[in-house]
Write a protein that binds this ligand. Structure first.
Ligand code: FE2
Length: 434
């Protein structure tokens, strides 16, 4: 590959692998789900959603389309925002107790991630925690294929419909962890931006920053050629570092975030902006699902582990809760100021894709320029001002760092070698920005 960023290095990977589902995008395409399910051989469908969506129009569209082609279905809706392993084990029991031959998930990342994990428990029965890497779990590899799965996102952020990743809270540890396997990649993603028409603006903002950070993290991630080569091609992780494919999707997703995030938050009737954000979220999923994220996501898990009371308008959850996209973006400006030294050209290019003012800029300014552009977007969308804005202060830095240091794969995907002290410093520099 003729790109300096992916230059070969000794004992480094010389190849990369790309996997994405069959993607259908457009207004009204939820009506096509029945035919898609039929094409995948489904006859008895487990339909995963949440209690808020269960009786709403999107699930109704999917149910109607299944009925139209004569498919049977049963609904499992006991999935809360940011599901945990106990919830997934129950969902797995539901799935294994029926005579299901396919899964359809309709919801945000929480629903889609729970469906992916429930399929693992149902097909290869054991507690889902066993599949997480030690010391959280046993590190059991997912042995083989799961159920045919059609994922239908109803928010424009996680991109989970296009990734083989599931993020779950482990209830006993009260912390989120990631597990991934190519077997968890949905067979089809049916993406209907109509679902975003009625989303509250702060949900569009937090999910939009998730998409922005997915794209920015995979564009600035360590190059795949910097990771060690794998002997077994089937064991090559999809969190394999930046590569030419993830660049392609990440660049477009960054351009979409730069142009449409503020508009989509400000005006629910701006269908052009909200449709673009939905497409950008899926593109960012196709990108980071084949590269992995890095420090902002690693550090976000400390924030959601130790989260405090903040406003959660627009979310049907009453316990202390920091929406995922906010937990990511509050440390992002400080992170990119830190990582820019290791890949200044990439950071400057990313700032340009985000519509930053970069005229006359030098590579040494790249961290500042990209950070300032993120801060500008945060201000324009009423995001909290750094960690202070979600209730943390300097007394929390140690605990936040202790929590996040466990996210070894994402930390290892940073373009800059990062240790515990570096993480403490990023958190300190993320306390407030304006
Ligand atoms: Fe995310």
């Amino acid at each position: 590959m003729a790109c300096q960023y992916f230059a070969p290095c000794e004992h480094g990977a010389e190849s990369f692998t790309i996997e994405i589902p069959k993607v259908t995008f457009g207004r009204g395409v939820l009506h096509e789900v029945g035919e898609r399910a039929q094409a995948l051989g489904m006859k008895q469908v487990a339909l995963f959603t949440d209690a808020n969506l269960e009786h709403g129009p999107y699930v109704a569209s999917v149910k109607q389309s299944l009925t139209n082609v004569g498919l049977n279905f049963q609904i499992f809706s006991d999935i809360r925002v940011e599901p945990d392993d106990v919830c997934v084990d129950e969902a797995g029991k539901f799935l294994s107790s029926g005579n299901f031959d396919g899964v359809i998930s309709v919801g945000g990342g929480s629903v889609i991630d729970a469906a992916k994990a429930a399929m693992v428990c149902a097909k290869y029965p054991r507690p889902v925690r066993d599949y997480f890497a030690p010391p959280v779990g046993e590190g059991i590899p997912i042995p083989g294929p799961l159920y045919p799965h059609i994922a239908c996102p109803t928010t424009s952020g996680t991109g989970s419909e296009c990734t083989s990743v599931s993020v779950l809270r482990i209830r006993e540890l009260n912390t989120k962890f990631v597990f991934a396997s190519p077997h968890m990649l949905p067979d089809a993603a049916v993406i209907d931006p109509t679902c975003c028409d009625t989303l509250p603006s702060n949900v569009v903002a937090s999910t939009g920053f998730d998409l922005l950070s997915h794209a920015l993290e995979c564009y600035t991630a360590k190059a795949y050629s910097q990771w060690g080569a794998v002997k077994n091609p089937n064991a090559r992780p999809l969190t394999q570092g930046a590569n030419p494919w993830s660049d392609l999707a990440a660049v477009k997703a960054l351009e979409i975030a730069g142009e449409y995030l503020v508009r989509g938050v400000a005006d629910a009737s701006d269908h052009e902006a909200r449709d673009q954000l939905m497409w950008g979220a899926s593109l960012a999923g196709m990108a980071f699902g084949n590269s992995g994220t890095h420090l902002p996501h690693a550090l976000s898990y400390g924030v959601t582990h130790l989260m405090k009371d903040i406003t959660t308008d627009g979310y049907a959850i009453k316990t202390p809760f920091v929406p995922h996209g906010i937990s990511v973006i509050v440390t992002a400006p400080a992170t990119f100021r830190y990582t820019a030294d290791a890949a200044p050209e990439r950071h400057l290019e990313a700032a340009k894709f985000l519509n930053a003012d970069y005229k006359g800029a030098d590579f040494k300014d790249s961290g500042e320029i990209v950070a300032n552009r993120i801060i500008e977007l945060m201000k324009q969308t009423n995001m909290p001002n750094g960690l202070n804005g979600v209730g943390f202060d300097e007394n929390d830095i140690q605990n936040l760092s202790n929590s996040s240091i466990r996210q070894t794969r994402a930390i290892g995907n940073s373009p800059r070698e990062t240790n515990f002290v570096d993480i403490e410093n990023i958190y300190k520099n993320a306390l407030s920005y304006w």
